[in-house]
Ligand binder design. Structure first.
Ligand code: SAM
Length: 209
């Protein structure tokens, strides 16, 4: 997501270290304590935050960690939350590949990948968030029985991702090529846009047995 850089974004992020962490604040005790909580779920690439904010509001018993490399996207997400303090939500402004080594094994129940960038050129495939090297990292980070839930509008990314998952240590437990939003799911900004255009949403769920 390319968003124009605005000075208010920097100011907002600096003013809210209790909500938005970055590569320099990963040793903060509130971040380290958050990782020790029970019932942790992770979203990678939160964008403008609708999914993770709505999840956090509806499920106060679940703790949500949201990762996003775009500072402006996180500033917009933070603004949406407003004055309400969601005690079960923490965001990190970082490329997730720099975060993996800081995260302990087997801490998450679920990892959400929502409308991840498709990176269409072959030389870019290794940047896809479903690429085998990423799936290996997710397998380590998930508890036994934990799931990766992947939604996309993109047919090529979905077809390739099915192969990545099939060759991984995960068990693929569901594949839906025309996914209708489930009662316990939340719509993302991209999902909203593509559904309005009549694009079929694809969804795959894979489990660490
Ligand atoms: C196409 S947007 C989708 C945003 C949102 N999930 C949605 O469905 O509306 C993909 C988002 O993932 C973020 N992203 C992509 N690769 C990332 C990475 N390696 N680490 C952190 N964020 C990433 C991008 O900055 C962008 O905001």
């Amino acid at each position: 997501m390319r968003l124009k850089h605005r000075p208010w974004g920097d100011e907002f992020v600096k003013a809210h270290p209790e909500l938005i962490k970055n590569r320099y604040t990963l040793e903060d005790s509130d971040f380290l304590d958050f990782l020790k909580r029970d019932n942790l779920e992770l979203e990678i690439g939160v964008g403008r935050g609708d999914f993770i904010i709505n999840k956090a509001k509806k499920h106060p018993e679940v703790n949500y960690l949201g990762i996003e490399k775009s500072m402006m996207a996180l500033a917009i997400t933070g603004k949406k939350i407003g004055e309400e303090h969601l005690e079960n939500l923490l965001l990190v402004n970082i490329d997730v590949s720099y975060l993996f080594e800081r995260l302990p094994d087997a801490i998450f129940n679920r990892i959400y990948l929502n409308f991840s960038d498709p990176w269409p050129k072959k030389r870019q495939h290794k940047r896809r968030l479903t690429y085998p090297s990423y799936l290996e990292a997710y397998f380590r980070l998930l508890k036994s029985g934990g799931e990766v839930i992947f939604k996309t509008d993109n047919d090529v990314l979905f077809a390739d991702s099915k192969e990545y998952f099939a060759s991984s240590k995960f068990s693929v437990i569901s594949i839906d090529e025309d996914y209708q939003l489930a009662m316990d799911d939340e719509e993302t900004e991209y999902e909203h846009k593509f559904r309005a255009l009549g694009v079929k949403i694809k969804r795959l769920v894979a489990r660490k047995d």
